[in-house]
Design a protein around this ligand. Structure first.
Ligand code: ZN
Length: 357
């Protein structure tokens, strides 16, 4: 239960933000107006730091004021979000039971109370990503996300927009897997597997022990421990910074050899090996035949249940690229994005961001 002090209520009223305590209606436009009135005078973190104590006190009051009703209100968005994004974590691609899917504020409530009830700020996330992300991005990292595109000094809208530029898997129109491409890491020997080995269709999962995946990998006499990790593809420093911020915030590579492996990394690795197994099974059929197409449908169903859209699309793209006849990637791309197709398995996927060649 939030206690509204007289000072808080007076402050809210003075800013035209809200009614008295107990009334569930409030003025979103006024909240944004107050936030927009904050003066962002300089790029440097030190300057931001000087501003934050004052601004945060007011923002905290706003959060307290709205939180009871807000939680109830954005909770109602769950069904609509599942329709739009499927039951997958928007950050890592993990399939999640709807009861465990947290409604995630891309711009966190604590830093951006004005966006607490903004539908476009909502995503669904798994407990791990939700926990890692916490109250990030901050103003500073949001600004850094957008640094390539905004003026100096940034406006409040710049910061809002910047914080919304981040990865979403399945991709909902952002840069997705092209920004953070996955690769297969040989944990046992501490090296990155070359594509010819990592994508070999004879690779097989052997076991999952203490959250790490052992597999028979082409060219190795004994099973080795592998992990599907992601790396940053951009060479542009600003884009690198943005991707690095995202990677750190959500901890997509939460993995330390011989210490622990995050469940998300484990499941991503299993998905990688499942793709290879599936494509190996497909080889029993003549390419393009009725049996082949039926088998492909089964594979897409497997993909839907397994989640990790970026792993499936990435490996399909590498192994059966768009320029070959009966490209599995092209079938997958088409089927994943059109609600009228029988293979419509990944809601929210934006085909415009998936290459056609
Ligand atoms: Zn996640």
């Amino acid at each position: 239960m939030v206690t509204y002090t007289a000072a808080i209520i007076a402050g809210l009223a003075a800013n035209g933000v809200g009614p008295v305590a107990g009334n569930s209606t409030f003025n979103t436009a006024a909240v944004r107006g107050v936030a927009a009135g904050l003066t962002f005078v300089n790029h440097g973190a030190a300057q931001w730091g000087n501003l934050l104590p004052v601004n945060k006190a007011f923002m905290k009051a706003l959060i307290n004021y709205f939180s009871e009703n807000a939680t109830m209100k954005y909770g109602n968005a769950r069904g609509s979000l599942i329709d739009n994004y499927g039951q997958y974590c928007a950050y890592c691609g993990t399939p999640v039971q709807d009861t465990a899917l947290a409604i995630e504020h891309c711009l966190p409530k604590a830093e951006f109370p004005s966006e607490m009830l903004n539908y476009t700020n909502f995503f669904l996330s798994c407990p791990s990503c939700n926990s890692y992300k916490g109250s990030n991005p901050t103003y500073v990292t949001s600004y850094q996300f957008a640094a390539a595109n905004i003026a100096n000094p940034p406006t409040y809208q710049n910061v809002l927009t910047g914080g919304m530029v981040r990865q979403v898997w399945p991709n909902s129109g952002m840069i997705s897997w092209r920004g953070l491409p996955p690769y297969l890491y040989d944990v046992t020997n501490n090296l990155i597997l070359v594509p010819a080995v990592a994508e070999n269709l004879t690779n097989r999962q052997v076991s999952v022990v203490q959250n790490t995946v052992q597999a028979n990998i082409a060219g190795y006499a004994q099973p080795i421990t592998v992990a599907a990790l992601v790396t940053i593809s951009f060479s542009n420093p600003t884009e690198q910074l943005r991707e690095n911020n995202f990677l750190n915030i959500v901890q997509l590579n939460a993995y330390q050899p011989n210490v622990y492996s995050d469940r998300r990394v484990t499941n991503r690795t299993i998905a990688w090996l499942n793709v290879l197994l599936s494509l190996s099974n497909l080889q029993a059929f003549q390419v393009g035949s009725q049996g082949w197409l039926l088998m492909l449908q089964q594979i897409f169903i497997t993909a839907k249940n397994a989640g990790f859209f970026e792993i499936w699309s990435w490996l399909f793209y590498l192994i059966s690229p768009p320029n070959v006849q009966n490209s599995i990637y092209t079938y997958f791309r088409t089927a994943s994005t059109n609600p009228n197709q029988q293979f419509y398995y990944f809601p929210g996927t934006n085909i415009n961001d998936l290459p056609t060649q």
